[in-house]
Every structure is written in structure tokens, then in C-alpha cells.
Design a protein. Structure first.
Lengths: 395, 210, 328
């Protein structure tokens, strides 16, 4: 049954349905409602788990690392500075190939301190060895958590489910929560082969030298490359069982015949869809493509979906300072490698919670031209402030 | 669930709540969205604020529509504005973007004299919601009173659905709180019907009528 | 199936890559053998981790995990929580150096204790960052020469005092916190056994001389660790729920110079006037510790001499003195 749920609650319910046995967290806005809800579930006996109040995000990440290594499913969530404080441990979890699942309630990074949404935090962790799934809606965030555990445990790779702070975490939206029986059917019981156990003693996290370190990374990279098929298959499986799927790696909207395609990620794509409809109604051939999975980067799949576009606009909420758009750069490389010369316009917007309204997105689509040589990116305009009565767009 | 789909004329309504931290603007937005959802609509509610500070200006938004709501943007051109604290009128452009024929539900015990609007296309409902809240809830909380009033003047959500939303959303706070808030919703609804369509300039003597 | 090597019974086997005379290797072997292989060991980054798991080889015959430098106590918290929900009572043991305890790991350690995790945290205290080449830590004693607290025209080595970490730990209303050193194995054994019999967080600070960083002869590791106790610079004590419950009485107080002389890290203090002042300072620190813990007059069954003679008799220099005194 569909219910109107706050995004944090939807995600907390999804986590509960996955039956983690250890939940560790440290509060940070806008992640707090997720862990508060889980703490309540544990207090009410609705989730049989150890809820551990860590002394920092660094500690929280370390606790879930220990818990998973000791043989149980675990969960943590954070955002922004908290994610950055976890960084050292997150790399370590990935290098150890531990199937940890976490939620990042995406928030800007300081200075200046800002609690609102953008993608700078999780984007900074893109090379840490975590699979990264970005949700567009609360429903997708909840479903992605359930998928994430199955992906992580099948691939021995950690998965970060990224959901936009406030836009999703604090939004009430209709969400359909699966039943416990259905989730149990989709998600097998936790299994991890390299569990710490005195009967079969194993050394996890020992040293390595120049003659073999690289091979660890090669194997990790291969596992990431192979996880693309797993992510797609499990999303399709999820669709079969629950009647909803999220495109696997990429989620296209009105792409057929689209000459201009807007590529982006996360909750901003809802507004992009509205703009695509608006422009199509006006006879323009515009479509949208949502990058659901940033890591592994679906380069081949992107080329397949964007190959016939004449104009590509990448709209992203993170900035590689001094270089420009991150997704745009990776897309340019993918297209170039495939011999496609379509120019990619890199547009940065929505930083620190600045709202990317349909009007702003439309202006980006209408006004953009090919990048001048040497210009890495441009910035979305500030939202117009409406002081006057406004003509509605509706019929 | 009552189906009110036919009763609204447009495909999307947007409501903006203005209040101060602690007055329940965010809860009010959630309750309105829950009620609309209960009435069979798609709905969405979310706050603008981030840090939780008592007394600071807070905004919250609601969308009510016939089809799934995809955009997560703030509300810039609301169909209605709910103002929980009249002192905000001095510091914030609360009516910005309000559509023609838009509704303003204002918590005030007297005629507000700080309104800088020269617009004559708006519908004002002014009621002493804090005072009503104080009487019914024991605290000067205006939010559920104003929700009742909004439901009465717009007909976007049913009174029954609002009462359901209060019952479910506030269940954790106990039966007494739920009961008092249902009373508050009903009282707001009743007062607004009494005042329906009244421009604020005609509100002189409202207190005496009460 | 038990995959342990049936011909090796040490939890930490030989063949690892510690320096000759490494105090930490001795201490870890003692501690881990007392606990046994039916435990899960969590290691902070540091010498012990490096010399026992060199390049895909492991000297550990027990399940062992190393994550990063600062987080051993937090990883242990997660391991312990997982074992608890799985209904297992496998002991959980953290091993860390002084850097991973006094400095970078202190926050996670404090969190672990405050949350009451059933974990034994063992700090092998060699009083500096030895793994990276002898840099000063907050455990480094006053006036010690390290590469980042060098003596010079304006300096007599480390300016500051050794952090009193055992008091900080004990102040968490800690069920059990104790100091020990390799020179007094029976005492160390009694303390490990006592710790393993207690539920909740426990802490053991084991002074572990480092021939490289302390610049003493590799053959003198045990002697130096004994002198640290006999001079009063490193009191052997036990604290339960924050209260002092046991000390190792000094049969006689030796002058600090006997401890300092064999160590190159104090060499700059000898033969000059400013150094002499620091020597007096160090003697005063020893005297203060002796006074604070009553090391000369505590009524204990064992003292630093008889404990040595009782080496093979199991029990070391520990008796709960305060209780006896209170009864008097």
C-alpha cells in the first residue's frame, strides 16, 4: 500500500526490512531523521539490532566495518563533513572488499558551512571503491537500499545509496513499502565468506608491497566492472518482483528522437522531466537521461544512449574546482573513446541547496551553446525571485 | 479514503507555510499533504529550513496534484500562503509569487497593518489561531487551527482527511494531543466558514463577534 | 575445520619481522598466548601490524583484522556488537601502540569505553612513533630525544610530560585498567587473566622498550623495562572503576640515572649543566609518582624483588592493597 512518508522514514523502513544486525551512526543534518527512526525501531523491538551511538562518523564507519567483518549485515548513514571524516575508513572497507551498505544524505561541504543539498560530498568519494547509486525519489531511495544489500553481498563491494538532503530526506512523498516476506524473498540471508572466526583464522588488512599491491586494485576494478551487469540484473529482478525498477545504471526519459539531451543525477531530474515535457509540448526534441549509477561508471551504456544526440547538456551539483563538471568530464572521455564528437556542455548548479527550478533548467537548455574552447563549465543562473503574481503554466 | 479528485479544478495546487521554529509549520505542511493523499491525491510536503532553532523564520511547502509529483523544488508561485506568525509580515516578503485569486490564511488577533501589498486580487482569512490554540491545546500553537481554516476556504482537502492525518501523524504524542488537535482543526474550519470571502478590511469587530 | 597449524601453538608465531630485542613483540606474544587463539584480534596501524603481516604473510594464528590507525577501538566495538547479536562470547582484543592509544586513537577508545563494549584494549607503549622512525608522541617522556623533539641549542629534548593515559582511561569509571611490563611476566599474566575474567571494557598499558627508538642494546630490553619500574618512572598499578586497587611495591627505589644511562634517547642530558637540570626534573617526576601511588610503603605481598624471584611461580606482584588497608 502506498503511504505518504518522509524520505528518511522510507529509507529507515527499507533498512529495517533488510534486517541489519548492527546499526552505527553519528548525527549530522540532514541524515538525522534516518538514524532517529532506526533507533526508535530498535527501542520498540521492531528491528533486532545493536544500535551503536558512535563517537564520530569515523567511529561509525569503523564499527560497521568491524561488524560486517565479524559476520553480520550492518548499516550506517551520514552526510557532508561526516562523509569526509569517514573517508579513510571508507577506502579501507572497499579495499578489504567488505559488503557494507550506507546512505549518504547528500549535503554541501564547508567552508563556508552549509547544511543544504549538493553532491560535492559523495562525489569526492567517487574513487574510493564504493558502488554509488543516486536516487531521484524517496521510493527509489528505499528500493535502492534493498537492492544495495543484494548487490554488495553478491559482489563483495560496498554500496553507497545517495539521496539528496532535504529534497528527499525531509520530503513527504507517496512510497510503497514492500512486505517483509517479499524483501526476504528478494534478499538472501547475509553471507560473507571471509568472516573473522577462530575456527578458520584469517588475517584481514595485512600489509602488501609493490610487487602485489597493484593486483588488489586490479581485482577491485574488475569486480566493479563486473558489478554493472549485477546492478542491472538485480534491478530487473526487483522490477519483476515488485513492479518497479529504476533503469539499472541509466534511466532515460523521452530519449527517442531527442536531439538535445539533459544528463544529470539525483532528485533534480524530476524537475528536468517537467521541463522536457514542457519543451516537447512546444515541439522541441528534448530528452533526459538520469545517471543512476556513478560508480561503476556506465561509459559504454552512456555512449549507447547518447550516441545519436546532437547536443548534450550535463547538469550537475558538484564541481571539481579548477577542472569543471565531473560527470561531464567522464562523459567527454567516454564519447571521445567511442569516436563521437558531440560537444558536451558542462553546467554546474544547485550548489549549497540553490534550487534548480524548472525555469532555471529551461533557461539552461534554451540558452546553452557549445562550450568555447578552454571553458570547462558554466554555472546555472540564480533562480528568479517572484514578487509579482505569476502566470501559471497549467492549462 | 474519500475521493475528491473531481472537486479540484486544476492539476496542481501549491501551498507555502510561513512560521517560526516551534510553531509547527513543518508539521502543518506534512498534515496537509497527508490529508490530501488520504483524499486520493498525489501530494508532497517538505520544509525549507535546515537547522532547528526555536523562533527563527521557517518555510514549508505542499503540493497537491492529480498526477505524480516529480519536481522537488521549493514553491515559488503558491495558490495559498499560510502565515502562522503575523510579525513575519514585517520582515519577509510573504506574498511573493502568490497567484491571482490566491488565498492567505493569517494568524492574527487583529487587523494586520504591516501589509505592503497593493494587490486586490487576494482572499484574506484572518483568525486568532494562537489564541484558539491556547484555549484548545493549552499552548499558543496555531498550526492545526490554520489548517482547518485553509481546508474550509479552499476545499482542497476534506475535514475528515485532515482529522485522519492528525490522528495518524500525532499518534505518538498520545490521545489527548490528538483529540485537542482535532478540536483545533474543527474550530479553525468553523471560524473560516464564518469569515469566508471576507477581506481583511472588513474584519473590524471580528473579535467582538467572537 | 580447524585450520591452525598443529605444530605451532603461539597465537603470534615466530618468523615475523620485528627488530632484534623488540619489547612489543615479546609483550604481544605474552599477552596473546595468555588469551589464546579463540579470540578476535583487532590491530591498529603500527609496528605490530607491520612486522606481523608483512606482504601477504601473516604471523597470526587467530582471526585478526587491521583497518586504519585511529579506529581499532571502533572496529572492535563493531566486532563485539556483531558477536553479541550472533550469540557468541568469543573474546575481542585490541592491540595498539601508544600513538594508536594516547593520540590518534584516543577518541575511538573513549567511545568504546563509554559504550561499555566487552573488549580488552592492550596498549603496547614504546613511548614514540617507532614505526615511522622515532617521532615524539604524547606518551614520550619528558626530555627524550626523538626526531621531532631533538635536543639542540635551545632544547633538551621533549618539552612536555608523558600523558597520564591510564588516569584518563580509568576516569571513564572503567571496570579494569592496569599497567604492566615485560620484565614482570607473572604480574603481566595475573593482570591479563584478571582482565579476561571481567565483562566490559578493560585496558592494559604494557611498557614495551624499543631498542631502536630508545637506543639501548638489544640485549637490555627486559633490564630497561625493569628499571623503568624500579626507579618509579613507570608504576605498575591497577585501577578498578577509577579507584586504585593494586600497586607493585618497590623493594628499593633506584635513582633514575640507572634507567636513563643505558638509553641513547637520554644521552644529551649527561655532561652538561642544562642536562643536569633535566635529570633533576626526571628524578622529581619519579619521586612524585612513587609518592602518588605509595610505591615504597604499600602493604603488598610482593615487591619488585620478590616478584622477580617468584618468576616461575605464576603469581606476580599483585595484591589488592587498598582493601587490606581499609580493613585495618
Amino acid at each position: 500500500m502506498r503511504k505518504l512518508l518522509e524520505g528518511s522514514q522510507a529509507v529507515a523502513e527499507a533498512v529495517r526490512l533488510c534486517r541489519p544486525q548492527v546499526v552505527a551512526a553519528y548525527p549530522i543534518t540532514p541524515q538525522t531523521h534516518i538514524i532517529e527512526r532506526l533507533a526508535q525501531h530498535v527501542a520498540d523491538g521492531e528491528l533486532e539490532a545493536e544500535f551503536i551511538n558512535a563517537e564520530s562518523e569515523f567511529g561509525a564507519a569503523s564499527i560497521v566495518q568491524g561488524a560486517v567483518a565479524a559476520g553480520v549485515r550492518a548499516f550506517t548513514a551520514t552526510a557532508s563533513q561526516g562523509l569526509l571524516l569517514m573517508t579513510e575508513v571508507l577506502h579501507n572497507i572497499a579495499g578489504m572488499r567488505l559488503p557494507v551498505v550506507m546512505v549518504c544524505a547528500n549535503r554541501a561541504v564547508s567552508a563556508p558551512i552549509n547544511i543544504f543539498n549538493d553532491h560535492q560530498d559523495s562525489m569526492a568519494l567517487r574513487d574510493s571503491g564504493w558502488i554509488q547509486l543516486y536516487a531521484e525519489s524517496n521510493q527509489e531511495a528505499a528500493d535502492s537500499v534493498i537492492q544495495a544489500y543484494r548487490i554488495a553481498e553478491a559482489c563483495e563491494l560496498p554500496v553507497m545509496v545517495c539521496m539528496d538532503g532535504f529534497y528527499l530526506t525531509h520530503s513527504f512523498e507517496p512510497v510503497e513499502l514492500p512486505t517483509q516476506g517479499a524483501v526476504d524473498e528478494f534478499l538472501p540471508p547475509f553471507h560473507f565468506a571471509r568472516t573473522l572466526n577462530p575456527a578458520t583464522p584469517m588475517t584481514l588488512g595485512g600489509g602488501s608491497e609493490p610487487d602485489n599491491y597493484q593486483e588488489y586494485r586490479v581485482l577491485q576494478h574488475e569486480a566493479m566492472e563486473n558489478s554493472r551487469a549485477v546492478i542491472e540484473a538485480f534491478d530487473a529482478d526487483f522490477g519483476t518482483q515488485f513492479g518497479r525498477s529504476w533503469g539499472g545504471l541509466l534511466d532515460g526519459y523521452r530519449l527517442e528522437g531527442a536531439q538535445t539531451v539533459v544528463l544529470g543525477t539525483g532528485s533534480l531530474m524530476g524537475a528536468v522531466r517537467d521541463v522536457v515535457d514542457r519543451l516537447c509540448d512546444q515541439g522541441r526534441a528534448v530528452g533526459a537521461l538520469r545517471l543512476r549509477c556513478l560508480r561503476p561508471f556506465p561509459a559504454r551504456e552512456l555512449v549507447g544512449r547518447l550516441g545519436s544526440a546532437q547536443r548534450i547538456i550535463v547538469l550537475e551539483k558538484a564541481l571539481s574546482v579548477g577542472a569543471g563538471g565531473i560527470i561531464a568530464a567522464e562523459l567527454r572521455a567516454a564519447l571521445q573513446q567511442a569516436g563521437i564528437t558531440t560537444p558536451v556542455e558542462s553546467v554546474i548548479g544547485g550548489l549549497g541547496g540553490r534550487d534548480l527550478t524548472p525555469d532555471v533548467i529551461e533557461a539552461v537548455v534554451r540558452n546553452a551553446g557549445p562550450d568555447e574552447a578552454g571553458v570547462s563549465c558554466r554555472f546555472a543562473p540564480q533562480v528568479a525571485v517572484h514578487h509579482e503574481a505569476h502566470e501559471e503554466h497549467e492549462e | 479514503m474519500t475521493n475528491k479528485q473531481e472537486s479540484i479544478s486544476r492539476s496542481l495546487y501549491e501551498i507555502r507555510f510561513h512560521g517560526r521554529g516551534g510553531q509547527g509549520a513543518v508539521s502543518a505542511a506534512a498534515l496537509l499533504a497527508l490529508a490530501a493523499f488520504d483524499d486520493g491525491f498525489e501530494s508532497q510536503a517538505f520544509p525549507k529550513f535546515g537547522s532547528e532553532r526555536r523562533g527563527a523564520p521557517v518555510e514549508a511547502y505542499v503540493r497537491i496534484g492529480r498526477t505524480p509529483i516529480r519536481a522537488h523544488n521549493q514553491v515559488y508561485t503558491p495558490d495559498a500562503v499560510v502565515i502562522q506568525d503575523a510579525t513575519l509580515l514585517r520582515s519577509e516578503p510573504l506574498l511573493r509569487g502568490l497567484k491571482g485569486g490566491g488565498v492567505i490564511v493569517l494568524n492574527s488577533a487583529q487587523r494586520p497593518d504591516d501589509i505592503d501589498s497593493d494587490r486586490d486580487d487576494l482572499r484574506w482569512i484572518v483568525l486568532p489561531a494562537s489564541r484558539v490554540g491556547e484555549r484548545l491545546l493549552g499552548r499558543p500553537l496555531p498550526n492545526t487551527v490554520l489548517l482547518g481554516a485553509l481546508a474550509a476556504v479552499t476545499d482542497w482537502v476534506s475535514l475528515a482527511a485532515l482529522e485522519n492525518a492528525v490522528t495518524n501523524h500525532l499518534a505518538r504524542k498520545g490521545d489527548a494531543v490528538v483529540k485537542a488537535n482535532i478540536e483545533a482543526v474543527r474550530e479553525g474550519h468553523r471560524l473560516a466558514l464564518e469569515l469566508k470571502g471576507v477581506h481583511y478590511e472588513e474584519l473590524e469587530g471580528h473579535e467582538e463577534k467572537k | 575445520m580447524d585450520k591452525r597449524d598443529p605444530f605451532r601453538h603461539n597465537v603470534l608465531t615466530s618468523g615475523h619481522r620485528a627488530c632484534s630485542g623488540c619489547g612489543e613483540a615479546m609483550a604481544a606474544r605474552m599477552v596473546c598466548d595468555l588469551i589464546g587463539p579463540d579470540a578476535i584480534y583487532i590491530n591498529a596501524t603500527g609496528c605490530l601490524q607491520v612486522f606481523t603481516t608483512h606482504n601477504q604473510q601473516s604471523a597470526w594464528q587467530a582471526p585478526w583484522i587491521h583497518s586504519v590507525f585511529a579506529n581499532a577501538a571502533a572496529v572492535a566495538s563493531g566486532v563485539e556488537a556483531a558477536l553479541r547479536v550472533r550469540g557468541k562470547d568469543t573474546p575481542v582484543v585490541v592491540q595498539a601502540g601508544d600513538g594508536g592509544t594516547f593520540d590518534i586513537g584516543l577518541q575511538c577508545l573513549s567511545g568504546m569505553i563509554e559504550r561499555g563494549h566487552d573488549v580488552l584494549f592492550v596498549c603496547y607503549d614504546n613511548e614514540a612513533y617507532m614505526n615511522t622512525g622515532v617521532q615524539r608522541s604524547s606518551s614520550t617522556p619528558h626530555a627524550v630525544h626523538t626526531t621531532t623533539s631533538p635536543p639542540g641549542r635551545l632544547s633538551q629534548g621533549k618539552h612536555h610530560l608523558k600523558k597520564d593515559v591510564i588516569s584518563i582511561v580509568a576516569a571513564h569509571y572503567m571496570p579494569y585498567a592496569a599497567t604492566a611490563t615485560i620484565a614482570y611476566f607473572p604480574d603481566l599474566k595475573a593482570k591479563v587473566e584478571k582482565a579476561m575474567g571481567i565483562k566490559g571494557p578493560r585496558f592494559l598499558q604494557v611498557l614495551s622498550p624499543c631498542p631502536l627508538g630508545w637506543a639501548h642494546d638489544s640485549a637490555l630490553t627486559v633490564t630497561v623495562s625493569r628499571l623503568a619500574v624500579e626507579t618509579g618512572l613507570f608504576p605498575l598499578i591497577e585501577l578498578e572503576h577509577g579507584e586504585l586497587t593494586g600497586v607493585m611495591r618497590l623493594a628499593e627505589q633506584k635513582p633514575v640515572e640507572e634507567y636513563l644511562r643505558p638509553q641513547g634517547r637520554f644521552r644529551h642530558l649527561f655532561g652538561n649543566g642544562e642536562g643536569a637540570a633535566e635529570l633533576r626534573h626526571l628524578q622529581a617526576l619519579a619521586d612524585a609518582r612513587i609518592c602518588r601511588y605509595g610505591l615504597l610503603d604499600a602493604a603488598t605481598e610482593w615487591d619488585t624483588q620478590s616478584a622477580m624471584q617468584s618468576m616461575r611461580h605464576g603469581r606476580g606482584g599483585y595484591v589488592p592493597v587498598l582493601q587490606e588497608e581499609m580493613e585495618k
